[in-house]
Design a protein around this ligand. Structure first.
Ligand code: B12
Length: 215
């Protein structure tokens, strides 16, 4: 099955109906057709959840419909991961998590899965991670890279608390930040930190990996 807008609309309509079997069969077909996983992530998974957010914001769907769509999306990420195309291990570790009070975890999970397909040992710590706990974990696992997600704009303060805490103890720790929280006002502030990069797309992430790690 070739990817087209019709495929996306078919998927979105199944997602809104809570029809997980149809969602699964669309994702499976795309995987079988060897569609680039970046396209599936961006033009099906992310695009449909952005639309769900718009519909929820305009009160055109209820919160339960959004919750069901979120749960189906989590399952679809597992389907993609199961059938993904993995390269040889690259002997690098990334720790991906969300700032404290951040409950939007799908984007971070997608990024963690993408790293796995790129041969990384990827540790996903999920939503709402307190900075002090994150510090303990970094000292134990010594990741080559820490990925932090912040989607809700009010959590930007938590994002800066977290990166300040990490940089104070581990000045050389490489960090990437993603999610829409800092998008409008804080990307320039992030750019002033050494070894911290704001990344919003999978293409940017691929370039960052190649340039920073030579892989
Ligand atoms: C699902 C959802 C929820 C779920 C999340 C469930 C879960 N388990 O994840 C729940 C119900 C918990 C929720 C709660 C809230 N939500 Co909400 N939510 C969404 C929704 C519809 C989809 C988010 C999503 O999964 N997107 C799909 C993923 C794949 O995309 P993504 O997260 O953007 O990730 C991509 C990039 O950003 C990037 N990326 C993300 N993280 C990282 C990390 C790294 C390291 C890197 C490199 C890249 C990266 O890569 C990903 C792939 O390209 C969005 C709509 C939207 N426009 O996104 C609203 C949205 C984000 N929510 C919103 C709001 C307002 C809220 C609430 C405040 C609602 C409320 N009144 O309670 C709370 C806040 C909760 C909190 N404190 O975190 C607003 C945010 C507005 C803003 N400016 O901050 C949005 C935009 C909805 C809207 N249109 O108004 N939400």
């Amino acid at each position: 099955m070739a990817f087209s807008e019709t495929v996306y609309l078919h998927y979105l309509s199944a997602l809104l109906e809570g029809d997980k079997n149809t969602c699964r069969s669309i994702i499976n077909n795309l995987m079988n057709e060897k569609t680039d996983v970046k396209i599936i992530y961006k033009d099906v998974i992310q695009k449909s959840m952005v639309r769900i957010g718009e519909l929820w914001d305009k009160c055109r769907i209820c919160i339960t419909t959004e919750h069901v769509a979120t749960e189906i999306t989590k399952e679809m990420l597992s389907v993609i991961k199961l059938h993904g195309n993995y390269i040889q291990p690259v002997n690098k570790t990334v720790l991906v998590t969300c700032v404290q009070k951040e409950f939007h975890e799908l984007g971070a999970r997608l990024i963690s899965d993408f790293f796995e397909m790129k041969g990384w040992n990827s540790i996903f710590a999920g939503a709402n991670t307190p900075p002090k706990e994150l510090m303990k974990f970094i000292s134990e696992k010594k990741p080559d890279l820490v990925g932090i997600s912040n989607n809700f704009y009010l959590n930007v303060i938590k994002l800066f608390e977290t990166i300040d805490m990490i940089k104070l103890k581990y000045p050389d720790q490489r960090i990437i930040i993603g999610g829409h929280g800092p998008e409008n006002c804080y990307v320039n502030v992030i750019a002033k930190y050494p070894d911290i990069t704001y990344i919003n797309t999978l293409e940017e992430l691929e370039n960052y990996i190649t340039e920073s790690f030579n892989i």
